[in-house]
Design a protein around this ligand. Structure first.
Ligand code: NAG
Ligand code: NAG
Ligand code: NAG
Ligand code: NAG
Ligand code: NAG
Length: 461
């Protein structure tokens, strides 16, 4: 018996330290324009909801989610609820399943954790967590794995971008107060993921989508990365989910409720966490009790049947000019997210078929990420968009080549699952449409021509 136990313990240590992704290869779509809205993806519905399309920067009219929520006043919750119900529902989940995809990445706003919103100066609809829970339950039933992504952060983390929730030329995320709010968000979401059975197919939590690329403008983002991981792992410890070598800090009893254990960790001088993480855990605890009870989950010990989450960051080269390496923040399983769009420029040497294919077929990004320990990495955003109106035959090739090259990583996630009917963007940005037109193949793992890169390999333009 004794020997048997030792063996089991060894086996479990080994399996935890090399925790693998839930699938061999990720084939997925982003659930864009759902809980974080991007007006360019649904031009008519946005106007019908009361929004506007700005002539210049999206900060100059009702061109972002916060601007619309503010202008709607008391009708905001009902208007957004209608969008949430219809933009992504069981019909879409069935189509994702039928397309042979195994993963979705869901962009979320900080306002999902409603107590984080300062309602004197920030405006967002309420009720997002409830609809998220409903759809996660359906995704679980369909066997689809989920990455939850903190896409729109407190104060906004990107410059003049609809996806930041608030369009602003001067993002305010990169401050101690807002980092701390994002940590509270991470704490609450981690607890939900492990305690609420509807969240059971969530395997990964992303700390921040596409921060400002010049790291000189994002002070101490590296500390936020470290603190994000510590927050996730502290909450997991309180639930009894440990990564290899971890245990509760001494003096923190393991027989308490989750809610009390969170506070005990926050107050323990032995816990190796920063003041920001301590503060975040203390602030998250009462929110968690309220939100979890309100949403019907139980705040009691669940034991260690769950696996630790993959903490998730944009890969190292997303930023430049003195950026931190997110690999330095890792404690337990972690993944890295690579985004690549050719149509915006700055990637291939020109907007031509040959330039795109030559660049793509010689892509060195996976190798470069691996060299800085950013592995496993996957391509969490890409589309078929091109800097010119591409022909159908080129889009077959372009789809094949991107899938082929991105499959050198742990997989790919297309942006996005759908675009409003009637828009030009649909052809190259709507996965269901690309499938219908035959650019993407019915089996995501197959190709029209698996030698699509053969004539471009080793060439330069
Ligand atoms: C999903 O919403 C669409 C409207 O966008 C609607 O046609 C469809 O019936 C809905 N599906 C379900 C299962 O409610
Ligand atoms: C909420 O925002 C207002 C206006 O910006 C500010 O004066 C106030 O201090 C904020 N409240 C908190 C709790 O941060
Ligand atoms: C505390 O955490 C830091 C990383 O944030 C790590 O470098 C250090 O080794 C840890 N100290 C102890 C005593 O575990
Ligand atoms: C782009 O080309 C396709 C097919 O080649 C054509 O159907 C479509 O109308 C064109 N779109 C624009 C905006 O010119
Ligand atoms: C596949 O692509 C390669 C490289 O462009 C090309 O040489 C070959 O003819 C293609 N095969 C088919 C069946 O189209």
């Amino acid at each position: 018996m004794r020997a048997h136990h030792v063996l089991l313990a060894l086996v479990s240590v080994v399996s935890v330290s090399a925790q693998s992704l839930p699938v061999k290869k990720i084939y997925g779509v982003n659930i864009g324009n759902w809980l974080v809205m991007e007006p360019w993806m649904m031009k008519n519905e946005w106007v019908a909801m009361g929004g506007e399309h700005c002539d210049t920067a999206c900060s100059t009219c009702i061109g972002s989610e916060m601007a619309l929520a503010q202008s709607l006043g008391t009708s905001v919750d009902a208007v957004f609820q209608q969008h949430w119900n219809t933009w992504f529902n069981q019909t879409d989940i069935n189509k994702i399943k039928a397309a042979g995809l195994n993963t979705v990445r869901i962009p979320l706003g900080y306002w999902l954790v409603e107590p984080l919103v300062n309602r004197t100066s920030e405006f967002y609809a309420k009720g997002g967590l409830k609809i998220l829970k409903t759809r996660l339950k359906a995704l679980k039933a369909a066997g689809i794995n989920v990455i939850l992504d903190h896409h729109a952060l407190p104060g906004a983390a990107a410059i003049n971008q609809m996806f930041a929730g608030l369009c602003t030329p001067t993002p305010q995320f990169y401050t101690t107060a807002n980092y701390e709010r994002a940590l509270v968000w991470a704490a609450v979401m981690t607890a939900f993921i492990h305690l609420d059975a509807d969240f059971a197919s969530v395997f990964s939590l992303q700390a921040i989508n596409e921060p400002v690329q010049d790291a000189r403008q994002t002070p101490v983002l590296g500390q936020y990365e470290v603190d994000f991981v510590k927050t996730v792992r502290s909450i997991e410890q309180s639930i009894g989910v440990f990564v290899s070598g971890q245990k509760l800090p001494s003096g923190v009893a393991s027989s308490l409720t989750v809610s009390n254990t969170i506070l005990a960790i926050a107050n323990s001088p032995k816990a190796n966490i920063s003041t920001s993480v301590r503060n975040a855990l203390k602030k998250a605890q009462p929110m968690l009790v309220t939100l979890i009870y309100a949403n019907g989950a139980r705040v009691t010990k669940v034991g260690s049947t769950r696996k630790p989450l993959f903490t998730n960051f944009m890969e190292y080269y997303w930023q430049n000019s003195g950026q931190a390496n997110p690999a330095d923040a890792a404690s337990g399983p972690q993944t890295y997210d690579q985004h690549l769009y050719y149509n915006f420029g700055g990637v291939a040497k020109a907007h031509t078929e040959t330039a795109y294919m030559t660049h793509l077929c010689n892509l060195d990004r996976v190798a470069k990420d691996t060299a800085v320990r950013n592995t496993p990495v996957y391509f969490g955003e890409f589309s078929l968009a091109t800097g010119w109106n591409a022909t159908d035959s080129f889009l077959n090739i372009w789809a094949d080549a991107q899938k082929l090259m991105y499959s050198q990583s742990s997989g790919w996630i297309f942006w996005s699952f759908k675009i409003e009917d009637g828009q030009d963007e649909k052809r190259q940005w709507d996965y269901f449409e690309t499938l219908k037109r035959g650019y993407m193949t019915q089996n995501p793992a197959s190709y029209h021509n698996s030698s699509v890169c053969a004539t471009y390999k080793g060439k330069t333009t």
